[in-house]
Design a binder for this molecule. Sequence first.
Ligand code: XIL
Length: 398
Amino acid sequence: MSASFRVVTGALALLLPLGIAGSAFGQDRAGATPATAATAKSLRQAAGDRLLLGTAILSEHLDDPRHAELIRTQFNSVTPGNEMKPDHVQNERGKFTFERADKIVAFAQQNGMQVIGHTLVWHSQSPKWLYADAQGKPLPREQALANMKEHIEAVVKHYKGKVKGWDVVNEGIPDGPGDLRDTPARRAIGDDYIIKAFEFARAADPDVELYYNDYNIDMDYKRARGLKLVKQLQAAGVRLDGVGIQGHWLLEKPDLAEIERGIKAYADLGLNVMITEMDVDPLPRKEITAELSATEREGLDPYKAGLPDDVQRKLADRYAALFGVFAKYPQVTRVTIWGTTDANTWLNNFPVRGRTNHPMLWDRQMNPKPAFDAVYEALQSATGPGKRAARGTPAERQ
Ligand code: XIL
């Protein structure tokens, strides 16, 4: 039996329970390509049960039936892109506003998708009162700890049993010198604020997975500090269930080999590695960063009329190469793409406001791009029978 035949059979078997038209999918792999084949391809099906494949969404996307259909059929996991952040769930002290995030959770439950909680402690998109007084002065440690505990406890308990895992602390390592970023929480609490956040989250839900999440901790300049932090957390008795590498990458940078060194380094510590906010930015910019305050005032906007074919091809090749690297590591248990279509990616406004960006797998009309096919093919070959260890904790896999 040829390898490709086995892949087709496996994919068809996965299609049937979800009731998605399976014939076009199978015929497409076999060479006869009916007109509907492109839309019948599903990344969710191609990933099977071996990889969580996610997308970051906003609750309003679910009001558009076409958009909701795309999310439901193409992904098996969602991350609320904004709606679980501190300023969304508790902007005013003690007034919890879970409605919009709840809507995402309900959608995920109806469609058999996992939800990833993002995020409990972060220096952006968080109300000032959590860690500072009205004058902006850091709160006394005990007060800040009490606020952090109350926030984490309320949010984690609200979503107990509904969220697979939490990005407990986001972006704790600086781009410049130093082991820890200078953040409101750290200024008020001290260097152990990250350990404390994990302790509060674990106490609120003993079963949920807890992750440390950051950008560029795969890259050479930040990796040693990422590893150091992870080891410190483990030494402090924190049960860390994974490390999230955000994965806001550019078309040509960082080098594939550098990203792979990063994935391998965390995997070698016995950790699951998740690519939590993947996108590939084809527009020119100065730096590889996801720091929200690092906006660039001016930037070229060369693809307003659409992405030229050669760049489209490069984008597809880059996605294929990255998914090829992920497939080498069974520790990579989830890949979440930060957005769904080019119309709703945050990169239309970052690092330069108001550009026409094209980093996603679907274009502005929700048509799949060559990058979609590239990811689909990469998933097919990576998750074919016998190609990849089943998902699980490193211990379970041994
Ligand atoms: C972004 C959202 O996508 C935008 O809608 C929002 O305006 C700013 O934040 N790293 C993260 C994410 O951890 O939370 C950020 O999300 C992107 C960078």
